[in-house]
Design a protein around this ligand. Structure first.
Ligand SMILES: *Cc1c(COP(=O)(O)O)cnc(C)c1O
Length: 244
C-alpha cells in the first residue's frame, strides 16, 4: 500500500515522528525512573492505525521494535510493504470472521475478550502449525460500551482457555474509561496491576503473566507508575488522527 501523500508530506510526517519520538522516549525514561524502573523494562508499542506504511517503516528504522494495528483490513493492506523486523500485534476488537487474515501476520493478539475468539484463534493457529500469543482484555471500568472480560471473571476465563492449543496467554491488557483526573485513572491502572499480580501468584498451568499492556498517549505515564510494561502509543508519536 502506498499512501496518497506527496513525497514532501511523507518527509514532514517522518520528521515530526523523529521529534515526537525523542520527546516520548524522554518521558518514558522519566516515568520509569519515578516508578523505580528502567525504561528498558517498558516496551513501547507504536499504534499505527491510519499511519502510512512509509512512515511506519521510517519509525522502525529509527528504533521502533513493536507495532500494533487494530483493523485487520488495514494490516492486510500494509502487510506486504511493511518492514518485518518489528514485532506485530493486533490491538483492537477482533471479529471471529477476520481471524483467518490475522493469524500468522501478528505474533500476538492483545484483545482476546471471549471464549469464542480464543477458541477460533486456537483452531486457526493449530491449522497453520504455529502459536499465537494472546493477552486477555479486561473491561476494567465495567463499561457496557466496551469489550473485555469483567475483572472479577478473569480467573475463570483463564482456566477455560488455559488448555487451548495454538495460543499462549502472556498477560492482560485494558483500555480504561475516560477519566477526569490522575487519581481516577490511577485507580483503574492500579486495579489492573493488582489483578495481574494476583493471577501471577496463582500460577495457573499454561498461563504466564509476562505482560501488562495499558496506557495510551494521554495516560502512559500514569500507567507506568501503576506497573504497565507495554504502553501503546499512537497520536503522541505520529500526530493526531481523524478517527480513533
Ligand atoms: C489507537 C489505539 C491506541 C493508541 O491511541 P493514542 O491515544 O493515539 O495513543 C492504543 N490502544 C488501542 C487499542 C488503540 O486502538
Amino acid at each position: 500500500m502506498t499512501a496518497n501523500l506527496s513525497k514532501e508530506e511523507l518527509e514532514l510526517r517522518c520528521k515530526q515522528f523523529d521529534e515526537n519520538y525523542k520527546y516520548v522516549l524522554s518521558r518514558i525514561e522519566a516515568a520509569a525512573q519515578k516508578a523505580g524502573k528502567s525504561a528498558s523494562d517498558i516496551q513501547l508499542l507504536a499504534a499505527t492505525k491510519t499511519v502510512p506504511v512509509e512512515v511506519i517503516n521510517h519509525a522502525i528504522g529509527r528504533g521502533i521494535t513493536l507495532i500494533g494495528e487494530n483493523r485487520v483490513q488495514e494490516l492486510c493492506q500494509k502487510y506486504d510493504d511493511l518492514d518485518k523486523s518489528a514485532t506485530r500485534h493486533h490491538i483492537g476488537r477482533l471479529q471471529t470472521n477476520k481471524i483467518k487474515q490475522v493469524v500468522g501476520k501478528v505474533q500476538m493478539v492483545q484483545s482476546v475478550d471471549s471464549l469464542k475468539l480464543a477458541s477460533e484463534l486456537s483452531k486457526r493457529s493449530l491449522d497453520m502449525n504455529l502459536t499465537t500469543d494472546i493477552l486477555v482484555e479486561i473491561n476494567i471500568g465495567n463499561e457496557v460500551s466496551k469489550s473485555g472480560i469483567p475483572a472479577d471473571e478473569t480467573e475463570e476465563f483463564l482456566h477455560q482457555i488455559a488448555t487451548f492449543e495454538g495460543i499462549k496467554v502472556k498477560g492482560l491488557m485494558c483500555i480504561p474509561p475516560i477519566c477526569e483526573n490522575d487519581k481516577e485513572i490511577r485507580g483503574f491502572f492500579d486495579k489492573m496491576y493488582q489483578k495481574f499480580i494476583d493471577i501471577s501468584a496463582k500460577k495457573i498451568d499454561n498461563i504466564s503473566m509476562d505482560f501488562l499492556s495499558m496506557g495510551m498517549s494521554g495516560d502512559f505515564e500514569q500507567a507506568i507508575q501503576s506497573g504497565a510494561n507495554i504502553i501503546r502509543l499512537g497520536s503522541v508519536l505520529f500526530g493526531a488522527r481523524e478517527y480513533k
